[in-house]
Design a protein around this ligand. Structure first.
Ligand code: ASP
Length: 570
């Protein structure tokens, strides 16, 4: 049996409310008592806050941090987001995972804001709540909370998730989509991170890998952001007023694939003027699914007015991301550059998208799970063992995307497998020149030697991949040729191989143990073409081996008259 600890930060919301004279209201101090009466939350043999052992052999210890006052989430503001982030920071080392119990009304905003503020997260953070209070006989709080607790208590999902009605979503992809139904949240542009049925099914390949950097928070402190949903007939003066100081960032919810009127000069001029003043304006769609694309003139006009595309971000994500970036000391131009880039998986189709489909991570995690490696240390051991193999296999397949994902996820560019073979060796041996350049740029060891002493350059040249070899030379590879290589190729009559090695700096007059040069060996076997190549590269035709024999003598001994003549001619 293993144990994990979870901190439940209870901020308020319907989940913990009880019926009072004016309707549902928060009930301070009662939540923990309610949980203790539910057998799945409390093992009767254990102290308060300990679950029974799960069927995966895990016991979860949970502690409740109850906010004062408990809030209906409609009353929450940026300060409340920061408070939650700071509490997670304060207790980060003390718990394995964190649950945030929260009202549903603004839950998607809080989850989005937390996803940005919590940087380099390596632990599971899940925001959840319910539509019907736990105090009611029929409620959805019981399941939502238990499932979220079980996920947090079993898995390392280094993201801010939002759990509702059998699905764990990436928090910054969610929206509250139903005011009355129990399936209150949707994530139309991103699949769930986990689905709970008979089994808990974690979609490991959709989960972002931890960065490996130390956890920290960057609080949201700039409140001067807003959203504006366009509607047909919005007047220029309303827009101009909206854009006035102190506004620093605006999420403009446009029509369809990112369109706004392009036949109204004043409307566009107001946006342009605001952009020039430094207001960052982001274009998101009013549709719940799909993204802003540059397909229509009506959308292009916005881009020309300085409005940046927000891809498929939700309004909640775009607004909190704007506030997050504008809370840092960044130039508007930098904020504009970062808005269309994915920072926490909040949007698709960016140049960094590869980072967010971490298939290798999924594999590593599956192996780690199979080995019951649940602690970060044990996982990291599994990673250390598997990454070199995965890197080498991606490199030999020329899978640049996979390599990029792994390096972005923190894999070591100098990692070698048990034979000392690095990704660079494999890419070179297979002639994947692009991959070779990529690996060198990422800090691979250019002259790494495997257990047989072969370098990547050796592999590239030996396998006839001149493009890869050239890139290695540009990257600083040193030529060091085992004399036996040239001698072997010469005696086999591999004139191309010999030519290649000479081109890459091998010495044509190198000698074997008996003082024989490649020319002796090619001559004795009668390899005319190889002899020519060697002579063209300045091989010494008068070299004598330990018995005083010249290459011409060797040709004669082998009965190769043409070769003998050629050698004698010089
Ligand atoms: N008004 C409540 C809140 O957001 C609704 C809920 O919790 O579901 O706090």
């Amino acid at each position: 049996m293993s144990e994990r600890s979870v901190l439940m930060i209870y901020t308020g919301g319907t989940i913990g409310m009880v019926k009072g004279p004016r309707g549902y209201e928060p009930a301070p101090g009662r939540f923990m008592q309610m949980l203790q009466r539910i057998p799945s939350f409390q093992d009767p043999e254990q102290p308060p806050g300990v679950t029974p052992v799960s069927r995966h052999g895990q016991r979860i210890h949970y502690t409740m941090l109850e906010y004062q006052p408990l809030l209906d989430s409609s009353n929450m503001g940026m300060g409340d987001w920061v408070r939650i982030a700071r509490d997670i920071e304060r207790y980060y080392d003390d718990y394995d995972a964190f649950l945030v119990l929260h009202g549903t009304d603004t839950m998607a905003y809080t989850a989005s804001a937390l996803s940005f503020m919590l940087e380099n997260l390596s632990k599971t953070v899940i925001v959840t709540g319910s539509q019907i209070p736990l105090s009611e006989v029929r409620n959805d709080g019981d399941d939502n909370l238990l499932d979220a607790l079980l996920i947090a208590g079993h898995y390392d999902i280094p993201e801010v998730g939002l759990y509702f009605r059998s699905r764990l979503f990436r928090g910054n992809r969610t929206r509250k989509i139903d005011a009355s139904g129990l399936e209150a949240f949707g994530s139309d542009n991103a699949p769930p991170l986990a689905t709970v049925g008979i089994e808990i099914d974690i979609a490991w390949d959709t989960i972002r890998p931890p960065s490996g950097e130390p956890f920290r928070i960057t609080p949201i402190t700039n409140p001067n952001v807003a959203t504006l949903r366009l509607f047909p007939g919005i007047t220029d003066s309303i827009l101009e007023n909206f854009l006035r100081p102190p506004l620093a960032g605006l999420v403009l919810e446009t029509y369809g694939a990112g369109n706004a009127p392009d036949n109204r000069a004043n409307f566009l001029a107001a946006l342009r003027a605001a952009s020039e003043r430094g207001v960052v304006i982001v274009n998101t769609t009013q549709c719940s699914r799909g993204e802003v694309v540059a397909a229509y003139a009506a959308g292009t006009a916005l881009a020309e007015a300085g409005v940046v595309p927000g891809s498929d971000m939700t309004t909640e994500a775009a607004l909190t991301k704007l506030a997050f970036l504008l809370s840092q000391d960044l130039e508007p131009a930098v904020v504009r550059r970062l808005m269309p880039e994915s920072l926490r998986g909040e949007l698709s189709n960016t140049t960094h998208e590869g980072r967010f489909g971490f298939q290798e991570k999924a594999f590593v995690n599956t192996v780690a799970d199979a080995l019951f490696a649940r602690t970060p240390e044990r996982r990291s051991e599994v990673e250390q063992a598997l990454y070199p193999v995965l890197l080498c296999s991606a490199a030999s397949l020329g899978d640049l995307k996979g390599l990029r994902r792994m390096y972005d996820g923190g894999a070591d560019p100098t990692a070698a497998d048990y034979d000392g073979r690095t990704a660079l060796h494999l890419a070179a041996a297979e002639g994947h020149a692009e991959v070779v350049s990529f690996l060198i740029a990422r800090g691979a060891t250019v002259n790494a030697k495997d257990r047989w002493g072969a370098t990547p350059l050796y592999d590239a040249v030996q396998n006839g991949h001149e493009d890869a070899a050239d890139r290695l030379l540009e990257g600083g590879a040193e030529v060091s040729v085992d004399p036996a290589v040239l001698c072997t190729l010469a005696s086999q009559g591999d004139s191309e191989g010999v030519h290649r090695w000479l081109k890459y700096g091998a010495d044509p007059s190198t000698r074997d143990y008996d003082g024989r040069t490649p020319l002796h060996l090619a001559a004795v076997e009668g390899h005319l073409q190889t002899v020519r190549v060697l002579l063209d590269h300045g091989a010494d035709r008068s070299a004598r081996d330990r018995w005083g024999t010249t290459p011409a003598d060797s040709a004669q001994a082998g009965g190769h008259r043409t070769v003998q003549t050629l050698l004698a001619d010089g």
